[in-house]
Design a protein around this ligand. Structure first.
Ligand SMILES: [Mg+2]
Length: 286
């Protein structure tokens, strides 16, 4: 190895105590546990990934999704749906079948009424009317409405690291909130979250499709090579943003709504797609 390279290698080695100690302890790991060899390679892989992950300079525009990216959202719907399925207590359809029927009703209602609580309430009532074996009384309808109402009574619960990370990102980058759904509900959640001051602009669209992203790019005169969409939904945040020419960061959330599930597209030539396992890790990239 040329001396110059060797010196640089030694300097980096000096600085990186964590990688050094990991490698130093390798023989002990391997001798002590049969599984430790693959675990070690996984750790080294993660470490190298972390070291070589790109970092982007100040001045990027970050479009940030809201529900299940900044704060919990879908878990409240899941609880309401579980309560609904329990109340329906269907003797022929399994809970999974009732859920599938509800998903189908929701898909139809989203086309007619858009996203949000009012649309969801209609879907619950409609699903109840379709599946209920007995007569549907106003009292039962009211009970079903109460499951949906419980969602609106939830406090905003920020996801781990969001408050600090957003403040830090806001000092170096241009932040725009990009969410879909009912205008009044999304504005209310943002106000209650205490995060509104970090955003230079708020975009609430009916559907996050490529044309919605193109419209936002045009409205804010964004340069696609320094603009990113960050969110938890492959269907709404990642794939259409990539199709519109933006870079994207996919933040995995284990409770993402089933209607938002999709295969994550590969990034087109010249665009970046980064996957991270938590909002706080954005400060490693931006
Ligand atoms: Mg989301």
């Amino acid at each position: 190895m040329p001396r110059r390279l060797r010196r640089r290698y030694a300097r980096n080695w000096e600085r990186d105590e964590s990688l050094r100690s990991l490698l130093r302890d390798l023989p002990a790991y391997w001798n002590s546990r049969p599984l430790s060899r693959s675990l070690t390679f996984a750790l080294i892989g993660a470490k190298l990934y972390h070291q070589f992950m790109p970092r982007f300079p100040a001045g990027q525009t970050l479009l940030v999704d809201a529900d299940d990216t900044l704060w919990e959202n879908n878990i409240y719907f899941e609880r309401a749906i579980a309560a609904f399925i329990g109340f329906l207590d269907h003797k022929e359809h399994s809970p999974a079948e009732v859920r599938q029927a509800l998903n189908a009703v929701e898909r139809e209602n989203i086309l007619k009424r858009g996203y949000g609580l009012s649309s969801f309430t209609h879907s619950l009532i409609e699903c109840f009317e379709r599946l209920s074996p007995g007569p549907v009384t106003e009292e039962k309808r009211e009970r079903v409405r109460s499951f949906a109402r419980s969602i609106s009574e939830q406090e905003i619960e920020l996801l781990p690291g969001v408050k600090e990370t957003l403040a830090e990102l806001g000092r170096r980058h241009h932040l725009i909130l990009m969410t879909k759904g009912n205008q009044a509900e999304q504005v209310d959640k943002l106000a209650r979250s205490g995060l509104a001051a970090h955003f230079a602009a708020v975009e609430i669209v009916e559907e996050k499709d490529p044309s919605a992203y193109r419209a936002v790019i045009a409205r804010h005169e964004l340069a696609p090579h320094t603009s990113w969409m960050i969110g938890n939904s492959p269907k709404s945040d990642i794939n259409p943003a990539l199709a519109a020419g933006l870079h994207a960061v996919f933040l995995f959330h284990k409770d993402t709504w089933v209607l938002e599930h999709a295969e994550v597209s590969a990034a087109p030539e010249g665009q970046h797609l980064i996957e991270l396992d938590g909002f706080a890790r954005l400060s490693e990239v931006f």
